[in-house]
Design a protein around this ligand. Structure first.
Ligand code: SAM
Length: 252
């Protein structure tokens, strides 16, 4: 029977999240470019890397914050993170309750949530937690896995359909499996409305990993891909072109 409260999927010894990143330097660097662009010129006291895994983006957050609290439900990811981020001003916290952000009300200056929305079929629950824990004027970077990226829109068009407003289960598409790990894509317009309703006002938006394509990766150097990526993240955000959308929000 599926346990709907389970959140420690990344403890599975048969899967390695670190290995997932082998061969994905373009996507990794594209995300760091987006974070740096969105946070440029700002500095925060206390930041949270929510669903931070082993802390892939945490060192980048430390360029903008005095301290980062890395929260994750997976003991395994936290253990790897403790090893990798030794000596950095990072506190590791294990999340034990689904849809909970383990922090006091209005206590955080910055919260970043990257590649977690995939696992949130009801993202409004975590978004309202984010609205609760951010200080007024506090900032969030919320990345969503988009169902509305350009290639998908063409697929829907071919079937004379539009992109669904609600989260779309993609377990089979993503890993060939339908196991009990929730795996969904989101519609950026729906996400934008949800954030707005919660007083998380969108200040900026970027379209990320726009060139995620095996043929391009084979023929173009990483440097070229990143130079192009850098110049199109902003302009392509208006049409939600890429597979990943980064929202910069500010709590009113
Ligand atoms: C794809 S990894 C992303 C890790 C990191 N943010 C990054 O970008 O490398 C997803 C992370 O979300 C965590 N996670 C899964 N379900 C979650 C949930 N319901 N709430 C919070 N975190 C969750 C996992 O343990 C995992 O470390």
């Amino acid at each position: 029977m599926v346990n709907k409260d389970k959140i420690d999927f990344y403890d599975d010894d048969k899967k390695s999240y670190e290995e997932f990143w082998v061969g994905r330097e373009y996507e990794h660097q594209s995300e760091l470019i987006a974070i740096k662009r969105l946070l440029k010129g700002r500095h925060f006291e206390l930041a949270m890397d929510y669903g931070g895994g082993y802390g892939r983006v945490t060192p980048t957050l430390l360029e903008f914050a005095d301290k980062v609290v890395l929260v994750d439900p997976s003991r395994k990811q936290l253990d790897i993170g403790r090893e990798k981020l030794k000596g950095m001003n990072v506190e590791f916290v294990r999340q034990t309750k689904k849809d909970n952000v383990p922090a006091e009300d209005s206590s955080l200056d910055l919260l970043v949530m990257i590649r977690v929305s995939h696992h949130l079929p009801e993202p409004n629950k975590v978004f309202s937690e984010i609205a609760r824990v951010l200080k007024p004027g506090g900032v969030g970077i919320i990345e969503i896995a988009s169902e509305a990226h350009f290639v998908n829109r063409l697929r829907y068009l071919k079937k004379l359909q539009t992109v669904p407003k609600d989260p779309v289960p993609i377990g089979k598409r993503a890993n060939g499996l339908v196991d009990d790990t929730p795996f969904v894509n989101h519609n950026p317009n729906t996400i934008s409305s949800l954030l707005d309703e919660l007083g998380l006002n969108t200040k900026d938006k970027l379209s990320v990993s726009n060139l995620r394509n095996q043929i391009l990766k084979k023929h173009l150097s990483l440097q070229t891909m990143l130079a192009v990526e850098r110049s199109i993240q902003g302009p392509l955000s208006s049409i939600d072109f890429g597979p990943s959308v980064f929202f910069l929000v500010e709590k009113t």
